[in-house]
Structure formats: structure tokens, C-alpha cells
Design a protein around this ligand. Sequence first.
Ligand SMILES: CC(C)(COP(=O)(O)OP(=O)(O)OC[C@H]1O[C@@H](n2cnc3c(N)ncnc32)[C@H](O)[C@@H]1OP(=O)(O)O)[C@@H](O)C(=O)NCCC(=O)NCCS
Length: 200
Amino acid sequence: MALLDWTRPDNAFRVEGEGIRLRPPKPSDYLEWRDLRARSREFLQPWEPVWPSDDLTRAAFRRRLGAYQRDMDLGQAYPFFAFRTADDALTGGITLSNVRRGVAQTGSVGYWSGQPFARRGHTLAAVKALTGFAFRTLGLHRLEAACIPTNDASRSLLKKAGFTEEGYAQAYLKINGVWRDHVLFGLVSPLDGNRRSDEF
Ligand SMILES: CC(C)(COP(=O)(O)OP(=O)(O)OC[C@H]1O[C@@H](n2cnc3c(N)ncnc32)[C@H](O)[C@@H]1OP(=O)(O)O)[C@@H](O)C(=O)NCCC(=O)NCCS
């Protein structure tokens, strides 16, 4: 990954976490992203929407980045790739999506880890970093997340990140081609209710 990606002035959103840093995806990430996703396909597919047949092509990646940019311009979503601080290796991704302002001030968190980087604390660090970004930088009041009940990794990660299990939604998202029930999680900003910003 080019060093320039970290120094360009257009790098508006950069978030530091424990052992990782987050920034929006760039065209120069393509090959590393494609290789990591391809290597991790069997690990990820059971928990994600079906990958379109051209998903890993450069053209699809370009379209993906275009959609990301439009979402960021509208303040509707903030997609990030996670890089290991030690060597700038791409470890996975995390997105704050469905940002709703007005009376809600809420967003949804979704994430994935490349299989070679799993169970090393990187996604937990990414979720904590994104939480700080959402509450401190964006001023959101609440975050939501959801996972399939049998996704022990995701369920446990959310609890470790401070989220609370709040409910259960039937046939909530179409995952790997099937409408799957999900456990719903929420986290209210500790900044609301006179709590200090150094609590997360
Ligand atoms: C869920 C996922 C993102 C976790 O990423 P990760 O980088 O491996 O997670 P971390 O290393 O940060 O783990 C943090 C905590 O999550 C839990 N966890 C992670 N992997 C776990 C596993 N395989 N089994 C049980 N708990 C697990 C643990 O509590 C862990 O803390 P610990 O290692 O101190 O016990 C990853 O497993 C993944 O990408 N899975 C496939 C896609 C997916 O499920 N996406 C989310 C859909 S809701």
C-alpha cells in the first residue's frame, strides 16, 4: 500500500485504534483487498450477503468506491479499511452505515476480518475506534449492530466492545442467500448524560 495514501490531504477520515488504523478505501487498495477477500471467501461467505459473480474484479471495486464516496458526501455511511499499524497490512473492513440524523442520531456497524488476521484483536480494536469516531467526531447518540444468533465470534465481539443485546428480529437480513433471524445490539454514547469523552 502506498505511503502516499496516508499523507494525501484528501484523507479526511482517519481513525487510530489499538494496533490498527482505519481510513476509507482507495483505488490503490484493490490488489491487497482482492487477495485478502479471495483467501478468506469460505470464512466470510456464511455470514455475508452473496458475493456477486464479478465482486472481486477491479471494475466492481471501482463501482464500490464510487458508491462509498457518494455515501460519505451525503453523510450516510463511513466505510473504512483496517490496517495493522506495525506493517500497514490490510486486515479487514468496518463500516458505519445507515446514518440517520434528526431525532435518531444513529448508525449501524458492520465488519469483517481477513481469515489470516482473525482472532488477533484487530476487529475489536476497529469497533472501539469506530465507536469513538461515531460519538466524538460525528456526534452520534447511538450505534446499532446485528448478527446471526449462531455467529459466536461476532456476538462475543460486540459484547466485548460494550454493546448490549437488545432484541431479536426475524428474517432480518438476507445472508448467504437466505433471510436470517438476527440478534440486535445497541450502544448509547457515553457522552450523552454528562459522561466524559475519555470513557471510550
Ligand atoms: C466476527 C469477526 C469479524 C471477528 O473478527 P476478529 O478480528 O477475529 O475478532 P477479534 O480478534 O477482534 O476478537 C475479539 C473478540 O471477539 C470474540 N471472538 C472472535 N473470534 C471468535 C471465535 N472464532 N469464537 C468465539 N469468539 C470469538 C472473542 O470474544 C474475542 O476476544 P478474545 O480473542 O479475547 O477471546 C470475524 O470472525 C469475521 O470476519 N467473521 C466472518 C464474517 C462475520 O461474521 N462478520 C460479521 C457479521 S455480523
